[in-house]
Each structure stands twice: as structure tokens, then as C-alpha cells.
Design a protein around this ligand. Structure first.
Ligand SMILES: Nc1nc2c(ncn2[C@@H]2O[C@H](COP(=O)(O)OP(=O)(O)OP(=O)(O)O)[C@@H](O)[C@H]2O)c(=O)[nH]1
Ligand SMILES: [Mg+2]
Length: 347
């Protein structure tokens, strides 16, 4: 799962990326794929998984992971490389919009006065407009195509109808995420990876003097957070206390990203490995099994399940078994966040 940091030039994407532990790269060439830009892969902190690790002391410990990509600020229209950048932005699972709300005397860009509300609105409509242009040109092509009989005509007609419903919504400034459609229509659209269909989080990059005041949960001082990322663990505690910061923003951003993407974790445990796996809300036991190995989905028999809370309360596997807290679930069982799974299968 991959989240792109996007914003107007100089909003602080690279600084935030450094706060996440990423290595800034000068003069990056980029490309149309997200993974051709600087990327950082992070463990998702989870106290429940840490508890399981302490319980089993396994040979291997594997938390869930999430990736962040450092995109450059979106350049003005018609500038070279813009199309390529926007294609890479679409090659993500979610977007983190970085909005500048700080004054910087050395700020090397136009417009020294911050305008967070204006920037957020224009950034959103920029992303929306990219989708609009893509939908419009696809509609034009489809209108030509459906005139001639072909094996794919039925599908194309369906797609055309759907896109013709999407276009006015985009025109009104409504993101595709909010356009009502059924599952098969969503699937039809998913190949485009439209920006306004993605989950988004908005981060306000504020100046240091605003810290300690009444700030919304999505505000941070990226420059300070980038400094924090470079400190040793001990220095970090002191630093956070001095500035009245409750936790490094990095942890909060990972959590926000995970939640925005609608992701859940389930766990597997044993002496060999304690591990978190990432699924989407609503995924069933077979889908979850398939994350571990395709054989487990193919030969799925049943899942033995206990919630983390139940195991934690029981204190040990033996006690949980004695209390009958392990359940047997079938393939359609909707896996919940924090479930611990043991898949029975045969191939
Ligand atoms: N005062 C202050 N300055 C910041 C903060 N975050 C970033 N800056 C400054 O803003 C400038 C741009 O920061 P970057 O992180 O490089 O911005 P960017 O969004 O990656 O910019 P481009 O990729 O070049 O479009 C730098 O001079 C940073 O030091 C902040 O929280 N406070
Ligand atoms: Mg940058």
C-alpha cells in the first residue's frame, strides 16, 4: 500500500518525507510509476503485535508496512514533466495533500504569504481536473468505438454510460469517490486509477511558533519533525517534551494513512514468526488466507480465530483454549481488525 505526498511547490513534501525517515534525493529524474520516485517503506507501529511478540519471542517479527512517496510540487500547466508526474501520482493507493501554512523569509517561491485554504481548494481541483481530462478523452474514443460492432462493444457501452455519469460530477467539482456506483462499475473504473477516487488525507504544515497552541490533529511542523527523525531515541524524548509534542508526527501520519486507506490488520502467530497482514475492511477469510499464500486460499478448509482482545485477556494460548475462546470460521467470515488467524487447508 502506497501513499503519495503531493502539494504545490515548496509546501514541504520533501521535509515531511524526511520526517518519515526517507532520504531526500536531489535532481531526481522520476517517471510515470510511483516507485521510480523516492520512496520510504515503514513499519506500522502496533502495540497489539508487540504484545504478541513478547508472548511468543519468535524467531521472526514482521509488522505491517506502508509506503510513502516523495513527489515534487506540481509545476504550472504545460511545464515539462507535468504529465509524467501526474501519471505517477495516479500510481498510488492514497494521497497525502501537504498544505503550506508557514512563513519562511528564505522561501524561494512566489507568494510568500501562506494561503492554506486557497491552496487546498486549488490542489483538489487540480487533481479533479486531471481526472476530468482523462474521462473526457476516453468518452470521445469510446463514442467512436461503439459505432462499430465488435466483441468488446457491450463492455464499451457500459463503460461509456458510466463515464458519461462521471463527467458532470467532475464538472461540478465532486470527486469520483463520491459518485454512487455499484461494485462492478467501480471495478470498471479501477484501471484508470483516478486521483479523485483515492482516499486523501490533508496535512497542514505550520511554523514552529504555532506548536503547543491549539492545533488540529492533522497539523505538524515538518521542519521540526524532520529534525526529530534524525535524533537518537533518548534525545527524541527530551526534544518532544521541550516543544510540547505528544508523539512524533511520523507515527500519527502512518496511522492516519492506514485508516484513510480503509486497511485492517490481522495477525498470525507462532514460535517461528509473529506477523501482521494487511487487508481491506470487508475482506473474508479466504481473501485473508490468500494474502499469506495462494495455496491457503486454494485449499482453504476453515479458519481458527481468536480476537487479540480475547487472547490478551486470557493471558496465554493455553488459558484461551481452556476458556473456549478460539472460534472456527468458514470462508465467508469477515475478518476483523486484530483477529488472530490460523488457516487449516489442504492442497
Ligand atoms: N519555517 C518552516 N519552513 C519549512 C517547513 N517545512 C518546509 N520548510 C521550508 O520550505 C522549503 C521547501 O521545503 P521542501 O520540503 O523542500 O518542499 P517541497 O514541497 O518538497 O518542495 P518541491 O518538491 O521543491 O516542490 C524549504 O526551504 C524548507 O526548509 C516548516 O515546517 N517550517
Ligand atoms: Mg520536494
Amino acid at each position: 500500500m502506497r501513499i503519495g505526498l503531493v502539494g504545490w511547490p515548496g509546501a514541504g513534501m520533501t521535509t515531511l518525507f524526511r520526517a518519515l525517515g526517507g532520504k531526500a534525493q536531489q535532481g531526481h529524474k522520476g517517471g510515470t510509476r510511483a516507485d521510480s520516485w523516492p520512496l520510504v517503506s515503514l513499519d506500522v507501529p502496533d502495540p497489539r503485535l508487540e504484545w504478541l511478540r513478547d508472548l511468543w519471542k519468535p524467531k521472526k517479527y514482521t509488522p505491517a508496512r506502508i509506503e510513502f512517496v516523495d513527489f515534487p510540487g506540481i509545476p504550472p500547466a504545460r511545464e515539462k514533466g507535468r504529465g509524467e508526474l501526474m501519471a505517477a501520482v495516479r500510481d498510488t493507493d492514497g494521497l497525502c495533500l501537504v498544505i503550506r501554512d508557514f512563513q519562511d523569509p528564505s522561501y524561494p517561491y512566489e507568494r510568500p504569504e501562506p494561503d492554506p485554504e486557497g491552496d487546498l481548494a486549488s490542489l483538489k481541483s487540480e487533481l479533479l481536473f486531471g481526472d476530468y481530462a482523462a474521462v473526457e478523452s476516453r468518452i470521445e474514443r469510446l463514442r467512436e468505438k461503439v459505432k462499430k460492432p465488435s466483441k468488446t462493444r457491450e463492455r464499451e457501452e457500459k463503460e461509456l454510460k458510466l463515464l458519461e455519469r462521471c463527467l458532470p460530477a467532475l464538472e461540478e467539482g465532486r470527486p469520483l469517490r463520491e459518485v454512487e456506483m455499484n461494485d462492478s462499475e467501480r471495478a470498471l473504473l479501477s484501471g484508470f486509477r483516478f486521483a479523485s477516487e483515492k482516499p486523501m488525507i490533508e496535512i497542514l504544515n505550520v511554523s514552529e511558533d504555532r506548536l503547543g497552541g491549539d492545533l488540529p490533529e492533522n497539523a505538524c511542523c515538518a521542519r521540526l519533525e524532520a529534525e526529530i527523525a534524525e535524533l537518537s531515541l533518548e534525545e527524541r524524548k527530551e526534544f518532544l517534551k521541550d516543544y510540547g509534542i505528544a508523539e512524533p508526527f511520523r507515527d500519527r501520519l502512518i496511522r492516519m494513512g492506514y485508516e484513510a486507506l480503509g486497511l485492517l490488520s490481522f495477525f498470525t502467530m507462532g514460535e517461528d514468526e509473529v506477523r501482521a497482514w494487511t487487508i481491506r475492511a470487508g475482506d473474508d477469510a479466504v481473501t485473508a488466507a490468500g494474502k499469506i499464500h495462494t495455496d491457503l486460499a486454494r485449499g482453504f478448509i476453515r479458519a481458527e480465530v481468536i480476537s487479540w482482545e480475547d487472547l490478551h485477556q486470557a493471558g496465554s494460548v493455553r488459558e484461551a483454549k481452556a476458556r473456549g475462546l478460539f472460534r472456527v470460521e468458514g470462508r465467508d467470515y469477515k475478518v476483523r481488525d486484530g483477529d488472530i488467524l490460523n488457516i487449516r487447508f489442504s492442497v
